[in-house]
Design a protein around this ligand. Sequence first.
Ligand code: GSH
Length: 236
Amino acid sequence: MITLYHCPNARSFRVLWMLEELGVPYRLEMLAFPPRVLHREYLKINPQGTVPLMVDGETRMTESVAICQYLASLHAPTPLNVERDEAAYGAYLNWLHFGEASLTFPLTLVLRYALLEPRERQQPQAADDYAQFFSGRLRTLEKLLEAQDFACAGRFTAADISIGFALLLARVLGQKERLGPAVQRYWQRLSSRAGFERAMSVQDAAAARAGIPLLPPQGIGLGARQAGAGGGRARP
Ligand SMILES: N[C@@H](CCC(=O)N[C@@H](CS)C(=O)NCC(=O)O)C(=O)O
């Protein structure tokens, strides 16, 4: 059975949502964020200290979008996957990766420099610049969603899960005003899905059982003092 290591509202939520949409059985290991600071023993199974970590037999994966792509193709045929012979195959891969590389990346700098770092290391200017960078990246999505309901293929796919997580993170970080009207309508479509609601309930119940807060802690720091094997000041 698949094991998923997950922190509340972290990128591992993409995988949790994907598993719920697919109806695949899994075991959830809930960790407090950031795990490399709050769960030092986790570094033994994932030296990077990040979530997600998904273990499926001999397969171990730590990239949330790659895991979604893996699960979609492994469980094909499923509407969540876009097959190589579909016209939207290229668009599917593009939007899958856009969700992480273009949309989530700037938000992680907002998270770090507006929230996670101790007050003396916070950088409001950098946080604001990257929040604006996020707005710029949203323009492409706004235009796309003025013309269609989902990212590609005329249906809900793993690409929407990838993008949907970035929108969730934006909301957690107080950036929801940056979403234009078409993106807001898209968010409503995604977050009212039964699969999304199940994933949220599973997450919230597991966090409550483990006494783990749903919001990232303020000022905990990801700097050199607490850094694990993959950490240090150079990490974004
Ligand atoms: N590109 C990776 C990034 C993984 C990642 O950085 N996850 C964050 C949570 S959203 C994390 O665990 N951060 C804790 C840390 O860097 O110590 C993915 O998409 O899964």
